[in-house]
Design a protein around this ligand. Structure first.
Ligand code: XIL
Length: 318
């Protein structure tokens, strides 16, 4: 959810209340939003978001305690191998502790696997890894459990969905990481599959994803679909064709993902095409607005909305 839009756009706030049983802050709980200076925390936007949700008994996910992106400007100069572990521990204690007992779940660690960095363990060469060492992941989960024993603790990542060789390799690396964590009794309860999909020829969902979901179930991990949207940047401008392709991607992915009973949460990254991050860093070259989400700019349901609804209905009846 977009904290600013909630306050400024009553029709958007009403749609969230009507459609969502669980929400997540798009940016308000990230380091750069919470920590304007090393010693200063600003919880205003996050507090407002929780108050909004709780007023209607909407559940809230926390996103995210550890990520290599959206670190504050001061971080690079002030974080060091000598202080990073303490800084991270204090951050988790302060942030997860503040909302203790009120969060459905936390994305404790976001996007820690990146095969392109070439490490044998598959871990991303992130500032946290460089400053703390590879056990920053374990440290973060233990700190989060201590700060909020009730929230489910998730590892969240992207690029895990398709049948491509890259996705297959990343699923394996993520599984290996989770197995290492489980073997060491690290308190990880769930995996967030971001599900940033593309409406493109050749994107397929199927056996690899199904196997991954079964492997996660065997590891006793719940699965959340945390950031679903469908990028149409590789398609020509024609709006009806884009809408059909976007809806087809939702359907093809969800028919596989929802066939696993262990998938407990389905969330899109944004609700309406009025505000989607895809128009920012992932914009189309022709600058047409993306048609990625279940509601259009005027807040009418899109074809994607009906695709999601139909997949959910098929699950209920199967
Ligand atoms: C995005 C936000 O939507 C943007 O507003 C921000 O500028 C960049 O981050 N994966 C994640 C999210 O885990 O935190 C990202 O959110 C989208 C990709």
């Amino acid at each position: 959810m977009n904290a600013k839009a909630l306050a400024a756009e009553p029709d958007y706030a009403a749609l969230v209340r009507q459609q969502c049983s669980i929400v997540v802050s798009e940016n308000a709980l990230k380091w750069d939003a919470l920590r304007p200076a090393r010693g200063t925390f600003d919880f205003e936007a996050a507090d407002a978001l929780l108050a909004f949700a709780e007023a209607d008994r909407i559940k809230v996910r926390g996103h995210t305690l550890v990520w290599h992106r959206q670190l504050p400007g001061w971080f690079a100069a002030e974080a060091s191998a000598g202080n990073a572990r303490t800084m991270l521990g204090e951050h988790i204690d302060r942030v997860a502790g503040r909302y203790g007992g009120r969060m459905h779940s936390w994305d404790v660690v976001n996007e820690a696997v990146h095969l392109a960095d070439g490490r044998p363990d598959g871990l991303r060469d992130s500032p946290w890894l460089r400053l703390i060492g590879e056990d920053y992941i374990e440290f973060a989960f233990l700190s989060a459990r201590a700060a909020d024993p009730q929230a489910l603790l998730a590892y969240n990542d992207f690029g895990l969905e398709s049948e491509s060789a890259d996705a297959q390799a990343k699923r394996l690396a993520v599984l290996l990481l989770l197995r290492r964590l489980k073997a060491r009794h690290v308190p990880v309860d769930a995996v967030g599959i971001q599900a940033h999909l593309a409406a493109a020829a050749g994107e397929r969902y199927g056996a690899g994803l199904r196997r991954f979901l079964a492997d996660l179930r065997e590891l006793d991990l719940q699965v959340f679909l945390t950031e679903m949207d469908v990028n149409d940047r590789s398609l020509a401008a024609d709006a009806p064709a884009r809408d059909a392709a976007v809806a087809a991607a939702y359907m093809s992915f969800l028919d596989v993902a929802l066939s696993d009973p262990n998938v407990r949460v389905l969330m899109t990254w944004g609700l309406t095409n009025r505000h989607t991050w895809l128009n920012g860093e992932n914009a189309r070259v022709d600058h047409l607005p993306e048609r990625a989400l279940p509601f259009d700019e005027k807040l009418s349901p899109t074809e994607a909305f009906f695709a999601v609804r139909n997949s959910l209905d098929r699950r209920r009846h199967s």
